[in-house]
Design a protein around this ligand. Sequence first.
Ligand code: ASP
Ligand code: MG
Length: 411
Amino acid sequence: MSLFVQKFGGTSVGTVEKIKAVAKKIAGFKEQGHDIVAAVSAMSGETNRLIGMANEIQDTPDPREMDVLVSTGEQVTIALLCMCLKELGLDARSYTGTQVKILTDSAHNKARIQDIDVENMRKDLDAGRVVVVAGFQGVDDDGNITTLGRGGSDTTGVALAAALKADECQIYTDVDGVYTTDPRVVSNASRLERITFEEMLEMASLGSKVLQIRSVEFAGKYNVPLRVLSTFKEGPGTLITLDEEYTKMEQPVVSGIAFNRDEAKISVLGIPDSPGVASKILAPVGAANIEVDVIVQNVAADNTNDLTFTVNRGDAEKTIATLEPVIAQLGAREIVSDSKIVKVSIVGVGMRSHAGVASQMFNVLADEGINIQMITTSEIKISVIIDEKYLELAVRGLHTAFGLDNPEVGE
Ligand code: ASP
Ligand code: MG
């Protein structure tokens, strides 16, 4: 008998019919003798609907009132799910974040969980009840309702699993696991049996949006085994675990290919080279709250310097506006931007123990005639910036070259 925390996302509880199906699923686990704590999201579209109403009144409503408002979405689903469970003859009890006492800091709209009181949940579990907890919300020291940021129910699920020392945190969603890459780009992408927390963090930060990044960080920190699986389809999903457990098994060099279409490249050209120029350019960018990703600098023969970096596409114009006075002051020749670029990355803990992965990646791109504009690497990731028109070609080529194609699915 195990204790599972099962998180059901908005699409899984999008209608009363679907909530009934979730209750049946839970009942199946109860029949097998498992204890279940369910963490649920608001019905799909509900959080956006609530935010929309607020924005009809004010552009930036008071963050405390926003939390009181958006936390209602989850309160609806916990009650409905408990009713469905009771209809199936199970005993169940719902809790809002405040009722559990999911204690958070007071940073409204992006609060962090500090502590969870497990006493009531334990009593319910001991009495054979299913515990149903509202995702996404908590309460601060002064009793104010807080929320954890969009997609925060994932983090609620993981935090509950950590606090209750559950055997597994299962994230039920509308996809049946984590894939080697986006199946919309590569039709024969394969579902990963396992992936490490580290790899999942890289994949998530590179744009693969299966889980809220914070929930993965949390799961890694507390070593909560995390499984992503489909609410609607049977199957084992993808297990996200620690590196050590994973390395006992035969591991692929590359586990997945991620990409990000949302970057723009900014180049400052002909900067008279002297110590401190990189910081003179990047400091004001940081001060303007613009996140810089890939950075490349090269010095030309005439002792001038070119600095190229990427930012979120939406920040490109703001970056140029911020830098124009700096460029004039430094006596640099010009600043140019290019939004028609993408970042393509290969990710895998197996890279640590394999040489030549980078050159293999560059060979694949060269064979496809794709020019690499920038390169950046970390221990378990290699990213390149290329022209956006080559995105599909690059991802497909790399997917095949690193042996990730699913043999059971035709092209
Ligand atoms: N309902 C919240 C949202 O839409 C939290 C969640 O679903 O995880 O962001
Ligand atoms: Mg979600």
